[in-house]
Design a protein around this ligand. Structure first.
Ligand code: ATP
Length: 315
């Protein structure tokens, strides 16, 4: 059987006046049904652009220069207007981008259900009430407006909306970044349990290794548009191999069991901009294990990692 999602040699380019900037460079990854896959990396790693490419949301000056994205064995473009919502549900950082401030949450949910599933108005309404219950929202709140909810509750509504059309895949882009840490954990637990119950797979986009550790089954580490490492979340967290992955983990408080007061080791330097990418391994200027070949030769992605400490090299 075809994987749920298969991305092969994806290249995404943004055309500026001066040059073409490659935001995603030869990315290949696939995921199975029911899996929760994390994309992690600092700002500019290419996480959101990858998510946007899957959802057909790369707009000019950006374009997919080459590569293939297949959902259930078919190119995503074949799904047309059914792709977003019906096949792939979306959750963004700010719940208000997904909610209409002028309509009650019950109406919004009922309409989405009715629009996508072949149900009578009464059936759709009942399903909407059940959907809200599933995310921990009391049926009494059916007629409430988005502004009458806290941030965490709003994000619960957005989860119910994303699942309303029964998609096989949810893309959640920094879904809890705007929430308090205690609420963050509740929303992530909910996302995980509801998606598992519905057998929906999730791509979780985050810069936070704590979120990855808590929520995902597998994690892909991205840096400056390239995949650096991928593996089961427990393996990657317990035994990170790539120096970038190690740096991300060391700078995450809960994972390293460092008290909040202590100074966490930070990865020196910053993510390069796309118009000033270094030769060789893109991470080499910030890498404590940098060897001469890392400065000039791009490491191939092999055995789940792209690093000269572990793999061969391509020109
Ligand atoms: N519309 C655009 N025009 C030009 N460059 C863009 C555009 N959108 C994204 N990029 C570039 O693509 C690269 C990847 O961006 P992306 O938003 O995917 O990063 P990210 O890992 O999701 O980080 P963040 O957490 O900051 O969103 C960045 O260098 C960014 O500047």
């Amino acid at each position: 059987m075809a994987p749920l999602l298969e991305i092969t040699d994806l290249n995404v380019v943004f055309q500026t006046r001066r040059k073409a900037l490659k935001a995603i460079d030869n990315l290949s990854v696939s995921m199975e049904a029911g899996e929760i896959l994390g994309f992690v990396g600092e700002s500019g790693a290419g996480k959101s652009v990858t998510g946007a490419a899957i959802m057909g949301l790369i707009d000019p000056p950006g374009y997919i220069a080459s590569g293939e994205i297949k959902l259930k064995g078919r190119p995503v473009a074949d799904y047309g207007s059914n792709l977003r919502g019906k096949e792939v549900g979306m959750i963004f950082q700010d719940p208000l981008t997904s909610l209409n401030p002028l309509r009650t949450i019950g109406d919004q949910l009922t309409e989405t259900i009715q629009h996508n599933l072949d149900l009578s108005p009464t059936e759709a309404r009942n399903k909407a009430v059940a959907g809200l219950g599933e995310v921990g929202i009391d049926p009494d709140r059916f007629h409430s407006y988005p502004h009458e909810f806290s941030g965490g509750m709003r994000q619960r509504v957005v989860i119910a909306l994303a699942l309303a059309a029964e998609p096989d895949l949810i893309i959640a882009d920094e879904p809890t970044t705007a929430l308090d840490v205690s609420i963050q954990a509740q929303v992530l637990d909910l996302l995980r349990s509801v998606c598992q119950k519905r057998r929906a797979s999730v791509i979780l986009i985050t810069h936070d290794m704590g979120v990855i550790s808590q929520t995902t089954d597998r994690v892909a580490v991205l840096y400056a548009g390239r995949m650096m490492e991928i593996g089961s979340t427990s393996d990657v967290i317990k035994q990170p191999r790539h120096p970038y992955t190690k740096g991300l983990i060391a700078s995450t408080p809960v994972l390293d069991h460092v008290s909040v007061d202590s100074t966490l080791p930070q990865i020196p330097g910053a993510m390069p901009s796309l118009d000033a990418l270094p030769d060789g391994c893109r991470f080499h200027p910030r890498c404590g294990d940098c060897k001469p070949r890392c400065r000039t030769i791009i490491p191939v992605f092999e055995d789940q990692i792209a690093c000269h400490l572990f793999t061969g090299a391509s020109a």
